[in-house]
Design a protein around this ligand. Structure first.
Ligand SMILES: [Zn+2]
Length: 249
């Protein structure tokens, strides 16, 4: 499986991205609550078809291409985490579903309606849900590498749930998810499951700089994800040194 993460033209990403993760809840419904709604298991085809091997770095930003990138990122994340679990002798269960939505309240997590402009992992139903219009806008403005990061970050919350990891402070949970997203991407590049185009690393870097918390956000706040420096440091620590750098215990 080879997927090229092509480069797209970047425009000013700061404005959108600040709104992007400021709004993102990431973990909704608690990390360890098993109950809640259970969406039906079937997922759309999932894998990277041979078509994914084509060079798609042609500057197009269609919704179809966005969907393909989401499917590729999901497939690569599943394979990556399945291999990690296998290596430690544990059975791996992929995240049940990845659900795009368009309207506020269209999807709920543990009885809590999800707002627009958000992407979350819902432990209550073991699914990732994202506002598709908001995500496509981010994809168009920032580039495709960010789709792989975003999916990887939310997928990491699902892995934390599987491993029973729950920190006292949101920021610890979030920075670890950034590290794990970095590890999945870095290891997938090293394993040649994913190929980065020129500029993708810089795209991650710029994106992470833009999604840091505002300077006046207290680190212990419930929604804290970390400063731009903390998020960048965590992501690239995982990217360069793999999961050993992510304190998974
Ligand atoms: Zn998160």
């Amino acid at each position: 499986m080879t997927t090229r993460v092509g480069r797209r033209p970047r425009s000013s990403l700061a404005g959108l991205l600040v709104a992007l993760v400021a709004a993102a809840g990431c973990v909704v419904g608690g990390v360890s609550e098993p109950e809640g709604q259970q969406p039906a298991p079937p997922r759309p085809g999932g894998g990277s078809s041979p078509g994914a091997e084509q060079n798609r770095a042609d500057g197009t930003t269609s919704v179809a291409e966005f969907r393909q990138d989401v499917a590729d990122a999901q497939s690569i994340a599943e394979r990556y985490w399945a291999a990690q679990f296998r290596a430690s002798g544990q059975r791996f269960r992929p995240i049940r579903r990845i659900i795009p939505y368009q309207r506020a309240g269209e999807v709920s997590c543990g009885g809590q309606p999800l707002p627009r402009n958000n992407a979350v992992y819902c432990s209550a139903g073991d699914f990732i849900a994202y506002d598709v219009n908001w995500s496509v806008a981010a994809f168009r403005q920032v580039g495709d590498a960010f789709v792989f990061y975003l999916l990887g970050h939310e997928y990491a919350h699902g892995i934390q749930a599987r491993l029973g990891i729950r920190y006292s402070y949101t920021i610890q949970q979030e920075l670890q998810a950034d590290c794990m997203a970095g590890a999945y991407l870095g290891d997938s590049v090293r394993a040649k499951a994913l190929r980065l185009a020129d500029g993708d690393l810089e795209e991650f870097r710029e994106g992470l700089l833009a999604v840091g918390d505002a300077p006046d956000q207290p680190w212990f706040a419930e929604g804290a994800h970390g400063t731009a420096e903390q998020r960048t440091e965590s992501f690239f620590r995982g990217y360069e040194r793999s999961l050993a750098a992510c304190d998974l215990g």
